[in-house]
Design a protein around this ligand. Sequence first.
Ligand SMILES: *Cc1c(COP(=O)(O)O)cnc(C)c1O
Length: 965
Amino acid sequence: MSGALVQGVAADGFVDRHIGTTPPEQRAMLDLLGHDSVESLVRAAVPDAISALPLPSSVLPEPVGEQEALAELRTLASRNRVNRSMIGLGYYGTVTPSVIQRNVLENPSWYTAYTPYQPEISQGRLEALINFQTMVSELTGLTTANASMLDESTAVVEGMLLARRASKSASNRFVVDADALPQTKALLAGRARAVGIELVEVSLAAAEPASLPESFGVFVQYPGASGRVWDPAPVVDAVHAVGGLAVVAADLLALTLLTAPGEFGADVAVGTSQRFGVPMGFGGPHAGYMAVRTGLERQLPGRLVGVSQDAVGNPAYRLSLQTREQHIRREKATSNICTAQVLLAVMASMYAVYHGPWGLTHIARRTHQHATDLAAGAQAAGLALAADVFFDTVALAVPGRAHEIVAAAHERGYLLHAPDADTVSVAVDETTTREDLEAVGDLLGFAVPTGSTSPIPAGLERTSDFLTHPVFRTHRSETSMMRYLKHLADKDYALDRGMIPLGSCTMKLNAATEMAAVTWPEFAGIHPFAPAADVEGYLELIGQLEGWLAEVTGYDTVSLQPNAGSQGELAGLLAIRGYHLSRGDEARTVCLIPESAHGTNAASAVLAGLRVVVVACDAQGNVDLGDLRAKVASHADELAALMVTYPSTHGVYEHDIRDITDAVHDAGGQVYVDGANLNALLGYARFGEFGGDVSHLNLHKTFCIPHGGGGPGVGPVAAKAHLAPFLPGHPLAQQADRRTGAVQEAGERLAHAGVPVSAAPYGSPSILPISWAYVRMMGTRGLTDATGAAVLAANYVAARLREHYPVLYAGEGGLVAHECILDLRPLREATGVTVDDVAKRLIDYGFHAPTMSFPVAGTLMVEPTESEDLAELDRFVEAMIAIRAEADRVGAGEWAADESPLRGAPHTAESVIAGEWTAAYTREEAVYPVRSLVRSKYWPPVRRIDQAYGDRNLFCACPPVEAFA
Ligand SMILES: *Cc1c(COP(=O)(O)O)cnc(C)c1O
């Protein structure tokens, strides 16, 4: 099928395979809408203030086909060198069990799922996440763990902020362990400064606890960056005595052998689960974790899975305390985390399921034995150790020779770390072999003995049990493991079953070719602080992708460091703040945010040290220009920024966007354009050309990184040149000249020297090949076509459903952007049928519900994306029409709302076969409301879940097996 009828064709037809609707289908859809072409539809939908013309195709290189893209990726990969990393510092070699790689990481049932906001269709991933929480909570010895954090260093920052909220101390000071990871120190410094916290660095292992400075909390690295293992109990007691909290970053593998943080009194434990089977990937993605003691669970940031029950009393999982999520808390938010690291948390939890407590302990013992032997060899040769007690990292005194030794090791294929000119540190891990130890000993001039005695004193040895739940002790054989993963995946609805029409989330195709390179060892096996010479391919790929993203957004510079949209927002706002401060504009601290904004916007502003002032929206969903002008005028001298989403979260293109950005600039403010909805604009218009100074994009929305059940994500921040110096820098970034060969006229990269927002210099690089491949195979025309197809699909759905459900906030000509909001409030008034009923009934029809009650309560926001074909769009439209007809039967008095299939939804198989059927509707109406379901049916494993029950009875660990009897 040629794409010529509507627009261009890519080399081998990838564009046509990415876009679901064929040219004849698009023709039929356009006819319904009364437009001649996709281009004329888009131009009618987008206001004149933005000239919505397809970008010239020279903006990006000519696209290539799938095989060529893979070949180019292979060439880039071949320019990375996978040396044996012994750098440590929070990143370790690990073996991803093949059964997990194949059945989770490479399985679309796991990676294409959405965040489990609809718990009835998410029981599989919710179970995997509660396994993660149980694993973290038991290893750390604390009662409640979340799932998950973005990485260890940002988790430490969240721990600091939690300590400040929960502390009884009036102090503004936070004490930081001098032996903290260098990247964590850098993040803490930047983030503390932004919110006015004073940091004091202390060598805690050597400190006299009684003489610690007064503080609201203390941060301990356990074991330390130097490898040191010591007893933090006295320090923890000392901070408790002054009303402060103890935040401990702990290595999960070490905790199988060492006393748990909860056992020495820590209030909060944080860290990473990377070494539980998740490749280093040049820095990410990996799941960070946070666990808290009893009494602090309601302070936890991020998502928390809990146990509740369904409508017939069966246990069922759900996200607990969802009202704490930031879209509710807005400017009172305490954390801006939205997208987390679900897929990686699932992998880490399955690593624990696979190995069980004995397997993990065995890996830890072997690792520790290697380190112990290395240390013994060094000591016998007269080399002094920086710390006598350690777990896996041995720091050796080599006066004046450290850099020379690191260089010699690199020659031989080993990466060691030199914290200073006189010290070399060697970190061993699950993958370290005896040959590796001998090679390192050889380099340092000593022989490595075997069977040396562990230096860990009895008082620090772990004696408590962990991973006691049967799930961690059952799946010993690969057959059992494979079936457990399949059993969980079968409970869930992901993109491999059907459409996920979630407004504001852009659940589009994640093509197999785009995914291919993620697990290649040349991308997966690289330490984030590897020398620049080892990562030329990565730096080239990153430089190209940054260049392409700059081109399509009309900005001058891009940073791929932020690990989610929320982190891109924070980075962009910190850049704005840094810019104002550099000009002596200290008073500019007000951030204007329209009331329709995504909740992360206000939360990020608060975390950047800005004051949120809310701007009203008018009845059409546009920013109220009068109110905006009034707020700009009354805050003119303190105006830092306006944060505006384009197109708006209401799914419309603001027609006044230029007046809005001009008004802010005239008052000396900067304009932040939230670009998470770029799928409505990509290839047609560029933020940088209509007034944006800085934006974030979501590569896990517009640029095909799969949602992973709630992460990973990448939230690049793109900006005009004047903000470049304030974009995220990193103290350990590889310094290489990353000339972008692929983008014409691209110059040298503008230097970024602002506050880092991720632990790793390039955030989550191992998933960047996905977006790279997407852009490489689409080219400018392909991206433009995709946008057109997305806008066409949304308008088609809106037009077909309009007579059944009012469409809110359509712009001029009744057109929407790439999503549409269906107003269910009139239906509720007329029939009592709620937005929840419709969402749950869609499950019976074989659909994932659209976004519920955001940005407007009582509505559904539908975003079909360009990847669905017309048959699937029609199947959805027809399901919605059939549901409307059911609601009308309720309205006509045929069924009471409570006795209707809408309220009974979703229906399990058991519900229609068990016992006598007493419902007011038939079994067929319950589960086969349309005939096509007979041949292809998704069966939810539970009935509707009671949200309130789970919050009243908060329980966030694996329930006993008997609960499911
Ligand atoms: C998704 C989204 C965000 C947040 O992105 P995360 O990656 O989940 O942090 C911010 N703004 C808008 C408009 C979004 O749709």
